[in-house]
Write a protein that binds this ligand. Sequence first.
Ligand code: AMP
Length: 212
Amino acid sequence: MLGPPGGGKGTVAKRLQAEFNIPVISTGVILREAVDKKNKLGIEAENIMRKGGLVPDHIILEIIKERIKQEDCKNGYIFDGFPRNIEQANSLEKLNKELNEYVDYVFYFEIPFSEIIQRLSNRRVCKKCSINYNLLFNPSKKDSTCDICSGELYQREDDKEETIKNRLEVFAKQTIPLKNYYKEKKLLKVIDANLSENAFLAIKKVLRGMHK
Ligand code: AMP
């Protein structure tokens, strides 16, 4: 799944995971966990993430290679937030050739930039299960507590106003070119992501078609 920060990929990913029983591999979630644990990866990534930049490609590739080796990935997986630039997409293609794997679809979440800022600045995330809430559109029932697991809700460091602008610039420069890249490979499906419910239903329909 490709799309701007705040485009709803994470939310849709969670629902697809439950619906199809396919693991979601979110590089953002993996990196944030590493930052929390203060391990080597976390220490390397923290500053870059705080500024809204991209973590170096070779680090991301290592994360992906390790993750897809795991048992739960043997029937497929959904990437959320990867690949993020042409270099990563080329590396994925190379890796897939080595592993005899392939990409079925690339879903691009289309959403106006004006929506994104409001979504990001009001987003709150559960520390425990990483589900997203929005103070305006989808608040939790109890202040700062997750409805599902009672984990603590927090505002991501990179959802603060000064970082959002940079993330959008990085997205426009590095990630949007992937739209054409996958269009040329005939893998692209553009999804109207203004409402995450619609995005979920649209992807579900495509994946159900595939599983018939
Ligand atoms: P996300 O949760 O997808 O918005 O990612 C949060 C941050 O993690 C990004 O702003 C980047 O700093 C970093 N990140 C996540 N995925 C990638 C990736 N595929 N390549 C480089 N950096 C990434």
